[in-house]
Design a protein around this ligand. Structure first.
Ligand SMILES: [Zn+2]
Ligand SMILES: [Zn+2]
Length: 253
C-alpha cells in the first residue's frame, strides 16, 4: 500500500486512515501520512515520543486512567502477551541469572534475612524437603560445603566430639545418656582440672572424656560415670577399674 500514490482528498472519500504522496515530508521521511491531519507517519512517531518525554506526569495519568477503565481488556492482552513471550522470557531470565549469580545471591540473602521467621517456619513445616534441599546444595557445592563444614567443626569441636561419641555409643548399644551441658557442668565442678593429676586444662593440655567405669567393664554413658582427664592420665588409666587405678597412683590406699 505504501507504494500506491493516493491523494489526501481521495483517501478521505474512501475513508482510508492513511494516504501516500510519493514525496518526502519536510523532514525527509518517505512514508505514509495520516488522512486526518496530513502529518507524516515517521514525524508523528517522533512527535509523540518527544511529547511523552516532555509530559511524563500526564502520560502516567493517561496510562493509569486507561488501566482503570480497561481492566478486562488488559487482562486478556496480558495473558496473550505472556503466552507469546513465555519461551523468550524464560530464556532471557535464565541467561540473566547465569550472568548475575552474585547479584542473585545478595538478593536472596537479603530476602531471607528480612524473612527469617518464614524461612525457619518453612524448615519446620517441611523437614523432609528442607533436608533434601540441603543435601542437593551440598552435592552441587562440594567445595563450599566442605569449607563451611570444616570451619563450623573447628569452632564447635566439643559438639563434634559429643556427636561422634553419641553415634558410637548408639551403634555399640551402650546404655546411658548425657547432654553437652552435662559435660560443661562436669568440667566446671572439676575446676577445669584433670580429675587425677589436677593439672589445669589449657589449649595444649586438652580435657579428654573418661568413663569412670569403662564401658567394656559394664559402665554407662550417664553423667555420673563421666570425668575429664588429661590425655596422659587417660592413656595410663585406659580401662582399668577406677578404684584399682586410684590405688595404683596412690590416691587410695
Ligand atoms: Zn516526516
Ligand atoms: Zn592428669
Amino acid at each position: 500500500m505504501a507504494n500506491i500514490i493516493i491523494p489526501q482528498v481521495e483517501a478521505k472519500e474512501k475513508s482510508l486512515k492513511k494516504y501516500f504522496t510519493g514525496k518526502p515530508c519536510k523532514h525527509g521521511h518517505l512514508s505514509e501520512r495520516n488522512t486526518s491531519n496530513g502529518i507524516c507517519e515517521q514525524c508523528s512517531i517522533i512527535n509523540t515520543a518527544s511529547w511523552n518525554k516532555r509530559n511524563k506526569q500526564k502520560v502516567r495519568e493517561i496510562k493509569r486512567t486507561y488501566r482503570i477503565n480497561n481492566v478486562e481488556k488488559i487482562k486478556i492482552w496480558d495473558a496473550r502477551c505472556y503466552q507469546k513471550n513465555k519461551l523468550t522470557r524464560n530464556e532471557a531470565a535464565k541467561k540473566w541469572a547465569a550472568n548475575n549469580k552474585d547479584k542473585i545471591r545478595i538478593i536472596k540473602k537479603r530476602w531471607s534475612d528480612n524473612n527469617s521467621d518464614y524461612r525457619l517456619n518453612w524448615t519446620k513445616r517441611n523437614p523432609n524437603a528442607s533436608r533434601e534441599q540441603a543435601r542437593n546444595w551440598r552435592k552441587n557445592n562440594p567445595e563450599r560445603s566442605y569449607e563451611i563444614s570444616k570451619r563450623w567443626k573447628a569452632k564447635n569441636i566439643e559438639i563434634v566430639r559429643y556427636n561422634t561419641r553419641k553415634h558410637r555409643a548408639k551403634r555399640a548399644g551402650t546404655p546411658g545418656i548425657h547432654s553437652i551441658s552435662d559435660l560443661k557442668e562436669i568440667l566446671r565442678l572439676q575446676n577445669n582440672k584433670c580429675a587425677y593429676c589436677r593439672i589445669k586444662f589449657t589449649k595444649l593440655i586438652i580435657p579428654t572424656l573418661d568413663h569412670v567405669i569403662a564401658i567394656s567393664k559394664g559402665g554407662t554413658n550417664d553423667r555420673n560415670n563421666l570425668q575429664f582427664l588429661c590425655r596422659s592420665c587417660n592413656c595410663k588409666k585406659w580401662s582399668t577399674d577406677p578404684i584399682e587405678y586410684a590405688q595404683r597412683i596412690g590416691l587410695l590406699i
